[in-house]
Ligand binder design. Structure first.
Ligand SMILES: Cc1cc2nc3c(=O)[nH]c(=O)nc-3n(C[C@H](O)[C@H](O)[C@H](O)COP(=O)(O)O)c2cc1C
Length: 163
């Protein structure tokens, strides 16, 4: 599995319907992300938790990607959710909120396994690499399941040709 990490969430402007018409598909960073998502077999969202929900920047990105024009890039897209926080619940509420929002986009969100990484500062080294063995195993299980999920649901995507 090749995973391309999207580093540019900060470049996505606050959603504004007036900006959607600047050029087809909205501002450049929005168009670029939409193209990247379109080309990807799946989207893996990794989130922290802010005030018992998803961060506003994540919701903002989903709002942009949910728009019908020029294409509803999340509709029928396989999506998996993971998250890490410094707290004890490991982003349960952030992931629940994200899952809820993704229902509206008609993304095909993988139901399990879930990965809630709690007490995150203890599990990563000083360079940010995951060093905790059990969490590595859980992450691997998520990625293995995501590969299966892609195979399972891709034929259900609009325009896939499957009956
Ligand atoms: C505004 C704000 C609110 C937060 N609220 C929560 C929360 O409700 N639950 C939680 O587990 N962590 C919360 N956190 C901690 C974050 O999930 C995360 O662990 C922390 O920002 C460290 O992220 P980093 O390791 O990416 O720097 C919050 C952080 C911020 C900045």
């Amino acid at each position: 599995m090749a995973i391309s990490v999207y580093h540019d969430l900060a470049s996505i402007p606050l959603f504004d319907e007036d900006l959607e018409h600047v050029a087809e598909g909205g501002p450049d960073p929005v168009r670029r992300l939409r193209q990247e998502m379109d080309a990807a077999d799946a989207v893996l969202i990794s989130t922290p938790e802010y005030n018992q929900s998803m961060p506003g920047v994540l919701k903002n990105m989903i709002d942009w990607m949910s728009r019908a024009a020029p294409n509803e890039v999340l509709q029928g897209k396989p999506v998996a959710l993971i998250g890490a926080s410094s707290g004890r619940w490991g982003t349960r509420l952030a992931q629940q909120a994200t899952r809820h929002t993704l229902i509206a986009t008609e993304a095909l969100v993988m139901p399990s396994p879930m990965l809630f990484v709690a007490n995150a500062p203890d599990l990563f080294d000083e360079t940010g690499r995951l060093r905790d063995g059990p969490t590595k195993v859980s992450l691997q299980a998520v990625l293995d399941s995501l590969a299966n999920w892609i195979d399972l649901v891709t034929p259900l995507r609009p325009g896939s040709g499957a009956s």
